[in-house]
Ligand binder design. Structure first.
Ligand SMILES: O=P(O)(O)OC[C@H]1O[C@](O)(CO)[C@@H](O)[C@@H]1O
Length: 241
């Protein structure tokens, strides 16, 4: 595990973007696993900057997002479809057909999960998986549980997660109760994982995830077993290490 701590958001964003841009420069057909939430916004901004400066093209890149809410219209401003268009997809030359996000409005959600796994499988291994972390240690929407699920599945969101994400909605009641998420098996199969964490409110979960016991009570602790994990932290998030 390689843990890097930064004294400014700008430096952290630049480091994250350099890893993504650098990977695509060496492998223009890279398969990226993408995350949403507040954490990666600044990194996507930098990547868009790299694209505009002509440093990178996404023409042959394929992307798979970690998760999407169930029963939230794709046009809703807080759907992860809208998020990805707003922060990344509408600014770069990634073909729409190469961008995959689970369909939380599918009539048959189980079938959608199986089809999502097949699409990931067909693309080959994910070369780089971006991850944020929830305050309870969730990765994607894999919430703490007695057992974790390998592939894409439907998940009941933890109350803590709905509260944390309520800041993006008008009211907590508007936050969906379910989501589709890539499973931890798929996440851990990625060749490289880039975990990004910011803020003092995440310091304790960063400590548990990176130095605590490996347990399904803290899904992010499973990342300790990954052979190529890079962690980018701001000083606050890294303050308890
Ligand atoms: O970056 P945030 O908004 O703190 O969210 C933490 C994590 O929870 C999620 O919102 C759930 O998948 C992720 O997108 C994110 O990485």
């Amino acid at each position: 595990m390689n843990v890097l701590t930064f004294d400014s958001n700008e430096k952290l964003n630049e480091a994250g973007a350099n890893i993504i841009t650098g990977l695509i420069q060496t492998n223009p057909r890279a398969v990226l696993g993408l995350a949403t939430g507040g954490t990666p916004v600044g990194i996507y901004e930098q990547v868009v900057g790299d694209y505009r400066r002509g440093l990178v093209s996404f023409k042959n890149v394929r992307t798979f997002n970690l998760d999407e809410y169930v029963n939230l219209s794709v046009d809703h401003p807080e759907s992860y479809h809208s998020y990805m268009n707003k922060h990344l997809f509408s600014h770069i030359d990634l073909p729409a057909a190469n961008a995959h996000i689970p369909n939380g409005n599918a009539e048959d959600l189980e079938a959608e999960c199986r089809s999502y796994d097949e699409r990931i499988e067909d693309a080959g291994q994910i070369d780089l998986q971006l991850l944020g972390i929830g305050h309870n240690g969730h990765i994607g929407f894999n919430e703490p549980a007695h057992a974790l699920i390998k592939g894409t599945h439907i998940v009941e969101l933890a109350e803590e997660t709905r509260k944390a994400n309520a800041r993006f909605f008008d009211a907590i009641d508007d936050v969906p109760k379910q989501a589709l998420t890539m499973g931890v098996g798929t996440i851990l199969k990625a060749k490289m994982i880039l975990l990004i964490v910011r803020g003092v409110d995440k310091a304790e979960i960063v400590r548990r995830a990176l130095t605590g016991p490996i347990t399904t009570d803290c899904p992010a602790s499973l990342l300790q077993t990954h052979p190529h994990l890079i962690v980018l932290l701001d000083q606050e998030a890294g303050s308890l290490l």
